[in-house]
Design a binder for this molecule. Structure first.
Ligand code: SF4
Length: 156
């Protein structure tokens, strides 16, 4: 059994985490430790609340009950922090909601492709926002990302 994921929080409706109105799921844990990270308090994996079966059912229920949603976004932390558990979770969310999925990560797309434990997650993601936050490339005018090196990659 993979180590359990911890949930930081969910936003039932947001317009800042990707296209349209999205349900955002923030997972605990990040090992990238980017200088200038807006949310260093999200780095520790053992915080928030355990992603129990009950919590997963609540999330699925809330998503499926909202006809206004354009999709779901995974963020954190880095959702890829615990890839074994994230694979099971994202697969279930995709299968039980059939929603469009965006995912933020500190890894580059190329790094994800090169690692078999990480790349198996990609088929469940429609749009990836990749790469570490680099302070020297920060711009407040970038949509849905913090620094210019980060890319919005439509995988589907
Ligand atoms: S990948 Fe994201 S959460 Fe992790 S340190 Fe970098 S900016 Fe912060």
């Amino acid at each position: 059994m993979p180590e359990q994921l911890n949930l930081l929080f969910t936003y039932p409706e947001t317009i800042v985490d990707g296209d349209g109105i999205r349900y955002s799921i923030y997972l605990a844990g990040c090992r990238h430790h980017c200088v200038g990270c807006q949310n260093p308090e999200t780095w520790k994996a053992k915080q928030g609340t355990p992603l129990t079966e009950e919590a997963i059912r609540r999330i699925v229920r809330e998503i499926n009950a909202n006809p206004l949603l354009d999709g779901i976004t995974f963020s954190g932390g880095d959702p890829f922090y615990n890839p074994e558990a994230f694979l099971l979770f994202i697969k279930r969310i995709k299968e039980e909601t059939r929603q469009n999925i965006w995912c933020y990560t500190g890894y580059t797309y190329e790094e994800l492709l090169a690692d078999s434990q990480l790349s198996v997650i990609l088929p469940y993601i429609d749009t990836l926002v990749d790469g570490k936050f680099i302070q020297a490339e920060y711009s407040p005018f970038l949509e849905f990302r913090g620094s210019a090196n980060q890319r919005i990659i439509h995988l589907k």
